[in-house]
Design a protein around this ligand. Sequence first.
Ligand code: HXC
Ligand code: NAP
Length: 284
Amino acid sequence: MSAPPLPESARWLPAETFSGQVAVVTGGGTGLGLQISRGLAALGATVVVASRDPAHHAALREEAATAGWRVESEAFDVREASAVDELARRVLERHGEVDLLVNNAAGNFVCPAERLSTNAWRAVLGIVLDGTFYASRAFGKAMIAAQRGTILNVVATYAWTGMPGVVHSASAKAGVLAMTKTLAAEWARFGVRVNAIAPGPFESQGAAQNLWPDEATRERIEQGIPLGRFATTDEVAAQCLHLCAPVSDYVTGECLVVDGGGSLGRPFWEAGTRLKRKREGDAS
Ligand code: HXC
Ligand code: NAP
């Protein structure tokens, strides 16, 4: 039987790039997390996808069974420190090691800051900031013991640009970016790399539902991107695999922006404008 075709995100890497490695991907059953999980599994890793809803794991489990990939799934809520510790305990019991952790799980919606309830703030901060720390701590301990490991955190460019309507997510992602650099500096001596990726908008059910619920909003966002379109999840996942792969062994504390130029300065003038210099005596 011939090998199944590699997912697009993984085609440019050597076939056994992650062979023998154990990877944990939070939120690994949908959207970007799903594409990262598919890429890692297709390139030889044993992948544990972990999120709240087991229904989100079913499609990947089925695909893996057909393709011969090693994929496991666990239901947990990343906001609960004890559930994260328990997940780490189970994964380590089964595999004895964890080589890769992708902190991809997130929650988001658009709400003016002055109307955001305490629960709403806590829900997003809990998933993004607390969850990333709990998972990094739990799996980081095992990586430190093994003197090797790679952590990748998924952030967004509004962590440093800011953006109206998402004060919870922007604040949480900014915290995750600071965590990325801090842990990179703190754990480099243990052989543990920690990086981040900051994608621009790409289609996922969660983002479409919560951030661009209608076509007009989506089009307006797209018009603000210099490259003129959303990323595909494959394009973003490919860069995630790049940061996890051995080719990036000397990269730590970095945040790779994959946003089609969307976070670059907004033009005062339409791109391509040429203004003539005004000379003294010219009529105004
Ligand atoms: C205002 C809202 C709200 C909304 C929920 N809340 N949605 N407030 N506007 N649209 C409030 C609720 O009223 C409640 O507060 C509190 O938030 C918790 O809501 P729950 O529904 O109980 O929370 P929970 O079931 O835990 O769900 C978490 C969630 C949800 C974050 C609210 O959206 C979720 O599960 N999201 C996962 C998928 C997702 O968001 N993916 C998008 C990723 S895109 P009260 O006070 O009423 O109790 C992304 C970056 C995009 O992250 C960057 C683009 C460039
Ligand atoms: P998504 O498909 O909605 O992914 C979010 C994932 O997080 C889901 O799989 C969800 O699974 C999981 N999750 C949510 N709450 C959780 C919790 N409490 N515990 C455990 N898992 C939880 O959205 P996406 O767009 O692919 O987002 C993936 C990452 O990219 C996120 O970090 C997001 O912030 C980032 N990002 C997205 C965009 C974009 O335009 N889409 C842009 C920039 C950055 P369950 O529902 O099963 O729990």
